[in-house]
Design a protein around this ligand. Sequence first.
Ligand SMILES: [Fe+2]
Length: 370
Amino acid sequence: MNERIDILLSNFLKNSVPAHGLPAVAYNDSEFWEIESETVFTQNWVFVGFVHELKKPGDVVTCSVAGQPLILIKNKLGEINAFHNACRHRCLKLVDEAKNVGTKLRCPYHSWTYNLDGELCETPFFAGEEHHVEGFDLSKHGLKPVRLAIWHDWIFVNLSADAPAFEEYSAPLIKYFDDINFEQVKAVATLDFGEISTNWKFLMENYIEPYHVQFVHRTTTNQPLKDHYTIVDDVCLGSAIELDEEEKVKGSLSVSSRYLTLFPNFIIGRYFPDQIGVYLNVPVDSGRTQQKRVIYTTEGQTLSKDEVDAVKKLWWDVHKEDHAICERLQLGRASPVAKEGGFLSPHWEDSVRAFQTMIAEAVMNTSKNI
Ligand SMILES: [Fe+2]
């Protein structure tokens, strides 16, 4: 472990009022990102994709966790499984984009072939004229599986063999959805934002603090700061607002809302009375993150094209406001002023402090084990 990172994180963990944010190194240092990959993104359940994007047997979606390429694949029974996206022969990245592979997954290099359950079926000419090398057991060389859990439309994976079950891990978040009938929840639109020039943590931190809403979103929302509160509930962090009828303004985000997350990268917003938004945040490296948002209705209602376009435009605009801020947070990390992380509001950013503390503790614990 890098001593410089260790010292900076030790300083961060000391309590001061107001507390410091994470040091700049947590956002712009490639070594920090590598340690995060080995800890935060290896030990925890990470959100990777949407069930509704895998419609038919043979559908494959690619994803990346801790910089590792993975695939999600639907088998003949309609079950979704996750595997490392690498052929067992020469370790080529097997699938490069979402597609349907039919009944078999064939490596384009030397045609090693796997069925939809990841079992190795064919190794053409591996022994010369013959296909089978004696002593090489095909059943032991299928695609390497990854632990997977599904909560309604949302797919999570865990790279660690000894992490708790998803149901146990996610309980602090899931209890906030006790009153929803998930059979009525329908995906109605997807916004793909591509790559944003910011560290993944800035997108998470921005989402769980209500402090900025009145300033950054003053044209797209009408949510007074005084009505907000933060949520710090183990691995579920966020904020919420309950508005009176007279405070609601049609066509804007002036609705009672809950902005919730599951550590590390799952974001689910609930907008009363009838909308959910889920964001997929995929870190590319320390300075870049891919983001996508799926919008759901929660009462089974079908929206007209105009209604879908309106809701897409509203969320597109809100996200762009947040992205601009997160990109400038990233740029600010090049300044020596950011070395010790600035300051956090003890009232409005306690959720951010809790998130950052989980990051610092995960990174430092591992450093002690190395
Ligand atoms: Fe925002």
